[in-house]
Design a protein around this ligand. Structure first.
Ligand SMILES: *Cc1c(COP(=O)(O)O)cnc(C)c1O
Length: 428
């Protein structure tokens, strides 16, 4: 059978699915389901590929932590020498709690509040990726009031089609992200005049799950055109932040490797005479997606006239990608059965018809079996909710012989810990 994704995921001769050699059915038994399991070696290997491709020139790989922000995951990337791309003050606090340093953090996002700006300035983040002129003015005001100068790059919208799902495409004119190519020079000139702002670089991020190099090269050409215009106007631009977005294999996608992507980007950067600039990148999904699986137990089989349903104990609240983006993710048994496969829709217990994990899957399953959803390391746990008062799953990290419960299963009591009943006499 074809197992997309991580080289650390394998099926042994006895038909047992393993991650770094650990039988996944055994981990499900030990820690219960739904359960996320990640390979630390897979994360390290993914980031090393980026770092090696950029070796020999000033660079910083900033892990876009919204893909998976569990503290032990952040710790893994901090130890590997990564910076972080954050989109909220909460993410900054996570970086600091995991042992990361603020001076390697870039702060993206279209809606930073004043309070978030203050926190980030206090901590000393490396750069704000500013997404509008209005945000620039507020940031200057907040920084000036604190007696500080905010380092910025402008996130420009190069108006290129990343050829991905509309919900995860961010570099087209109609998107809420970034500053349009036409306005970018004027906004840089405005930035250079503001008292609380210091221009450090330029930034773009065109989308997610991108499986071709050409949209990146188109965006890069547009960005370099701008850099030349901005510097001609007397404003130095030190770093190029080329964003994230590199896709992974969920089924039969064949995205370029980080090495191939970066090789092509650097070739263009050098050819256009920009080889001296520091390069920042913000990969998220490609560092963690194929490092993780979501384990779930089969509760009931419900064969029907039109559809057969395989009802499992994980649901859209644990893994939102299928319901939200109609994403296809591999679903395989952790122990293979000899019986013939039947076609099943794999669905969760949540009271929504949109609560499905996979449709029309050929599986030989019985109640009590453990299934693994593959490539679940990115945008899985971070998008989990408590819908239907379901506590969020536990998370385990394997690293060679070491197995660590990195997040305990949430308790129901913790779900309503902050809630209050209304005083019975309050209406009198
Ligand atoms: C989400 C995001 C990323 C990472 O995207 P991936 O597709 O996960 O690599 C990078 N930069 C910004 C600004 C983002 O919002």
């Amino acid at each position: 059978m074809n197992l997309p994704g991580s080289p650390f995921l394998a099926r042994d001769a006895a038909g047992t699915l393993t991650l770094e050699g650990h039988a996944l059915a055994g981990l499900a038994h030990e820690f219960a389901t739904p359960l996320y399991v990640y390979s630390r070696q897979a994360m390290r290997a993914a980031v090393t590929a980026y770092q090696q491709a950029l070796a020999g020139r000033p660079h910083l790989v900033c892990y876009a932590m919204k893909a998976n922000s569990s503290l032990a995951v952040l710790q893994t990337f901090a130890e590997a020498g990564c910076g972080f791309d954050i989109v909220s003050a909460g993410e900054l606090q996570r970086v600091l709690a995991a042992g990361g340093s603020a001076d390697q953090v870039v702060f993206s996002g279209v809606g930073k509040t004043r309070a978030e700006m203050r926190l980030a300035l206090e901590a000393g983040v490396r750069c704000f990726n500013v997404e509008s002129e209005a945000e620039l003015d507020v940031l200057s005001e907040v920084a000036t009031a604190m007696g500080k100068t905010a380092p910025i790059s402008l996130r420009v919208n190069p108006d290129v089609d990343a050829k991905t799902h509309p919900y995860i495409s961010t570099g087209l004119k109609g998107n809420k992200f970034g500053i349009s190519h036409e306005h970018a020079l004027a906004v840089y000139q405005h930035a250079a005049r503001l008292p609380g702002i210091a221009v450090h670089g330029i930034d773009c991020h065109i989308g997610s799950q991108i499986t071709e190099i050409s949209p990146y090269l188109d965006a890069l050409d547009r960005v370099l055109d701008l850099v030349e215009a901005i510097e001609a106007a007397g404003i130095p631009v030190h770093h190029l932040d080329l964003g994230g977005g590199l896709g992974i294999t969920y089924t039969d996608e064949q995205p370029p490797t980080a090495d191939a992507l970066i090789g092509a980007l650097l070739a263009k950067i050098d050819a256009r005479g920009h080889g001296h600039r520091e390069i920042l990148m913000e990969p998220g999904r490609s560092l963690v997606g194929n490092a993780g699986v979501l384990l779930t137990e089969v509760l009931y089989l419900k064969p029907g006239e039109h559809k057969n349903f395989c009802i499992v104990d994980a649901a859209m609240n644990d893994m939102a990608r299928p319901a939200m983006y109609e994403a296809w993710m591999g679903i395989v048994p952790c122990r293979q059965r000899g019986e013939a496969a039947q076609t099943w829709d794999v669905v969760g217990p949540v009271c929504e018809s949109g609560d499905w994990l996979g449709r029309d899957r050929a599986l030989a399953v019985q109640p009590g079996d453990t299934l693994a959803m593959l490539s679940a390391g990115a945008y899985g746990m971070t998008m989990a909710s408590n819908y239907n008062s379901r506590p969020r799953a536990a998370e385990v990290m394997v690293d060679g012989a070491q197995v660590t419960l990195i997040r305990a299963r949430e308790t129901v009591e913790s779900l309503f810990a902050g809630e209050r009943l209304i005083d019975g006499h309050s209406r009198l």
